[in-house]
Design a protein around this ligand. Structure first.
Ligand SMILES: Nc1ncnc2c1ncn2[C@@H]1O[C@H](COP(=O)(O)OP(=O)(O)O)[C@@H](O)[C@H]1O
Ligand SMILES: [Mg+2]
Length: 282
């Protein structure tokens, strides 16, 4: 059964999409030698902006999918998700559900008036749970049915937190939303951790915010991701950072290169593998 990890923070520009894309691609690289269903990773982009899909090279094919994620969320009965899923450009074991900006914006508007509006993604994904090791879900920067669907479908949540500005009230609100989801749908839903992102060592605010996060969330703080131009360039080149800055010789155990961003995201991936009990070798 797939382990579903949702990347959430109701604030925009905190590194959600960067984390979703590099987590999904890195997990695919680490699991590439596993038997089929234990090696596959599925990326689901619940943000209408489709930046996560663009970052795995999606735009080149965007025009050719008349049915997309939005149809799964709004149609009754929904189409089969199996038929929608596509393979990513760069990794043979990384897959995605095509999406469409306008259709997702319409879906977000329509969902509140539909029955089972909070559980539609969970239900769609349950049909392919057994075919994937991990499902990674990126979310939009606001509260609404798209975020709720992404949380209801999740086993674990990673919360990226930008270290130049600590939006504590936003984090508390997200925690409340997660508690609501636990109460009504998923008692086992867990916050895997808070991921400090866009860290700048030289800036004193960054150190203060890191210290504040550490005192607030203690062992739930994941190792920070520093600000790195490789991440921004990879994103604008429509690539994950492991593809953009590959090591000279790549293997499942060696996915990072001299680029610090690849090492930091590789560490996050090792922690995810460890915490979810698969350790890359189920
Ligand atoms: N660690 C980082 N270093 C440098 N740039 C980053 C880093 N993380 C994200 N970015 C850039 O910052 C912008 C916002 O990040 P993004 O992942 O899209 O945030 P969100 O999905 O939360 O809105 C993007 O342009 C992205 O390329
Ligand atoms: Mg985003």
């Amino acid at each position: 059964m797939a382990i579903t990890i949702t990347i959430a923070n109701e604030k925009g520009g905190v590194g959600k999409t960067t984390t979703a894309v590099n987590l999904a691609a890195g997990l695919a690289l680490r699991l590439v030698d596993e038997p089929a269903t234990r090696s596959r990773v599925l990326l689901v982009d619940m943000d209408p902006q489709v930046h996560a899909l663009l970052a795995i090279g999606y735009d080149k094919h965007q025009m050719s999918f008349p049915v997309s994620l939005a149809t799964l969320l709004t149609e009754t009965p929904p189409p089969s998700i199996q038929r929608l899923i596509q393979r990513s450009e760069y990794h043979p074991n990384l897959f995605y559900v095509p999406s469409d900006r306008a259709a997702m914006i319409r879906a977000a508007r329509e969902l509140p008036s539909l029955m089972a509006n909070e559980t539609r993604l969970l239900r769609a994904l349950s049909a392919v749970q057994s075919e994937y090791a991990y499902i990674v879900i990126d979310t939009p920067p606001n509260t609404g049915d798209l975020l709720i669907n992404a949380l209801v479908a999740a086993d674990q949540v990673i919360v990226p937190v930008e270290t130049s500005y600590l939006g504590v009230s936003g984090l508390i609100e997200l925690q409340r939303t997660i508690e609501q989801v636990q109460t009504h749908f998923k008692p086992d839903l867990k916050i895997m951790g808070y991921l400090p992102t866009l860290c700048e060592e030289q800036r004193s605010e960054a150190q203060e915010i890191l210290a504040e996060l550490q005192s607030r969330y203690k062992q739930m703080i994941l190792p920070p991701i520093h600000k790195a131009s490789d991440l921004a360039y990879a994103h604008s080149s429509h690539m994950d950072v492991f593809t953009y800055r590959p090591p000279r010789i790549r293997s499942a155990d060696n996915i990072a290169s001299s680029s610090r961003a690849t090492r930091e995201y590789a560490s996050l991936i090792d922690i995810v593998l460890m915490k979810t009990g698969t350790n890359g070798r189920t």
